[in-house]
Design a protein around this ligand. Structure first.
Ligand code: HAS
Ligand code: CU
Length: 548
């Protein structure tokens, strides 16, 4: 079984670190683009050297939303699997490298299309905006690379199962596999639209594209994408944080059940991104809204579980009163503090999501910068601060170094800077959105209309927040570079929590992947089959492409 003290094998560590380097390079470049965007939108700044606003916005979304996340997650999952279900075999590690290079090459191809100004189509690349074919081919390679890595992980996990028949798998490995299953099923949608629709169309092999179908396939992927970002953060919350604070995992079964629920309900909900889209019957939108509300449940379970872990730990340290435990938490430890601030921000962030999902309310916020505010709280704060919290122990563990007290202090400052910057930027986005300020658009006073002039103070607040966040990016890069290259040599723990002793034994049905995948497929068919048939039957003439 798992040995608490084993280090991740050094060859596995290299594979994992390669992913993490790319992730942080993407963070610097994407973050710089973000700073410039907020400056443009304040109305006080004009981009130099012929750089386009939408070109910049594409760099930002693709590098941060797609590259940073996917690379960091795959690097983290490989390390987690190697730690909890044994060193990777040479063959698995080889597949891991094949996946890494495919993804890296794909990223370079996509980036070259964007940087040469031939793909200013944003990270959602909505048709009929048309990019250069290399943009789509690069993205397809990123997806294929991630599949190779995903299958490598499945084979590694299957080997563990074979060697340990009838045993519940290590929790962290279980969660890694659930996350990759989610990713695999979700990416089928984006692979389909890119391979069948976008690539032939951008190559000029066909003249037109069916916009509604392309968007529907995109959001079939685009929603579970956000849970692909969230689940690794939840892995850290459930498994790593209890160990860091010196407490216990509240319940192994509850943690696994929440991951199963994410698998079931996170895919058949893409319509909540298309609630204002014509061509989909309201009854099908309604069904997917109901399913969206079901996928809120595992997050509420997670919130409950985290509170329970914190409270149990605090009381074991003699805390009394309703909130006495709060003071016992290790506030000075950045490995705890950064993810904790992520959790705290997830309370308003999740509430915003529930507003978005509420069919009628969506009409107020859709396509406004409110939505941008929503996802800067969820992915750019909750998820990212948790990833930073992971980096604070994972990088030194993998590079054989330790985090010094000074770096820990800097990481606490980094967290505070990030939360302040994001509070400014994201609150301003939410408010401006309620006043109708559009998302995905450069600065304009719309002919000095009274309404557009109302947005300007909020846009200046966004630029102030963006500037503070950029300081946060500089700080995290200093910390990461230190942990990777300059920190003193030494042993750093890979923290893995243990389950509270009184907890029930894990029911083996939670390991029954065939059952869960079967139910997912059934749910997807229920949610999508009829709408797809209707889209095809009632398809309007296809659209020609627009490019700049
Ligand atoms: Fe979302 C749009 C609905 C969660 C990301 N979302 C987006 C987009 C992104 C995104 C990127 O229904 C824009 C896509 C685009 O470019 O167009 N979202 C939801 C709902 C949830 C949700 C219902 N979103 C996320 C997460 C994301 C993310 C997570 C990234 C990681 N979202 C929508 C909808 C839209 C949308 C619509 C489309 C809008 C439109 O019109 O375009 C839910 O999953 C949220 C559930 C979460 C909770 C919070 C639980 C709280 C926890 C913390 C506990 C705290 C503790 C610490 C323990 C209910 C777990 C506290 C301790 C103390 C002491 C206080
Ligand atoms: Cu969604």
């Amino acid at each position: 079984m798992m040995n608490q003290d084993t280090k991740v094998n050094s060859l596995d560590a290299k594979l994992s670190m390669a992913h993490i380097y790319v992730a942080f390079i993407a963070l610097v470049l994407g973050g710089t683009a973000g700073l410039l965007q907020t400056l443009v939108r304040s109305g006080q700044f004009i981009l130099p050297a012929g750089i386009g606003y939408y070109q910049l916005l594409t760099v930002h979304g693709v590098l941060l939303g797609l590259v940073l996340t996917t690379f960091f997650i795959i690097g983290f999952l490989f390390a987690g699997l190697s730690k909890t279900s044994g060193t990777l075999s040479n063959r698995i590690r080889f597949y891991g490298w094949v996946g890494f290079w495919l993804m890296t090459f794909g990223t370079a191809l996509t980036a070259s299309a964007i940087l040469t100004g031939k793909a200013s189509v944003l990270y959602t690349f909505y048709a009929p905006l048309m990019a250069h074919p290399t943009f789509y081919i690069g993205l397809a390679l990123v997806v294929v690379g991630s599949w190779v890595s995903g299958f490598a992980m499945f084979i590694h996990f299957a080997k563990w199962k074979k060697l340990n028949p009838g045993q519940a798998s290590p929790l962290l490995s279980y969660m890694a596999i659930a996350t990759m299953i989610l990713w695999l099923i979700a990416t089928l949608g984006v692979a389909a639209t890119v391979l069948i629709q976008y690539i032939p169309w951008s190559l000029g092999l066909v003249d037109t594209i069916d916009v509604l179908i392309s968007r529907t396939l995109f959001w079939y992927f685009g929603h579970p994408l956000v849970y692909f970002w969230l689940l690794p953060a939840y892995m850290a919350w459930y498994v790593i944080i209890p160990k860091i604070i010196g407490g216990k995992i509240f319940s192994d079964s509850l943690a696994r059940l929440s991951f199963v629920l994410f698998l079931l309900f996170s895919i058949p909900v893409g319509f909540h991104h298309q609630l204002t889209e014509p061509g989909i019957a309201p009854s099908w939108k309604y069904l997917q809204v109901v399913l969206t509300f079901l996928v809120i449940i595992p997050s509420l379970m997670t919130a409950f579980s985290m509170f329970a872990t914190f409270e149990m730990y605090g009381r074991s340290k003699g805390a009394t009163g309703l909130f006495g435990w709060f003071r016992k938490l290790p506030w000075g430890d950045a490995r705890f503090f950064a993810p904790f601030m992520g959790m705290l921000i997830f309370i308003p962030a999740g509430a915003g999501g529930i507003i978005n999902a509420s069919h009628q309310l969506n009409q107020v916020v859709h396509n406004t910068i409110w939505v941008t505010g929503h996802f800067h709280l969820t992915v750019a704060t909750t998820v990212l601060l948790t990833f930073f919290g992971i980096a604070y122990w994972l990088i030194p563990h993998l590079t054989g170094r330790i985090m010094t007290k000074a770096m820990n202090k800097l990481a606490i400052v980094q967290t505070i800077v990030w939360v302040i910057g994001m509070t400014f930027m994201s609150s301003a986005m939410h408010f401006a959105g309620l006043l109708g300020a559009p998302r995905r658009s450069a600065f304009s006073t719309y002919g000095d209309s009274a309404q557009a002039l109302e947005w300007i103070p909020y846009q200046i607040a966004q630029a102030i927040g963006g500037t503070i966040l950029f300081i946060g990016i500089i700080l995290i890069i200093v910390i990461v570079a230190n942990l990777a290259f300059f920190a003193p040599k030494g042993e750093t723990e890979f923290p893995i929590g243990e389950v509270e002793e009184a907890a029930e034994k894990t029911p083996m049905i939670l390991e029954n992947w065939k059952l869960w995948v079967g139910i997912i497929i059934a749910l997807i068919l229920v949610a999508y089959t009829v709408p797809f048939i209707e889209m095809i039957q009632h398809a309007p003439p296809g659209s020609k492409g627009f490019s700049n």
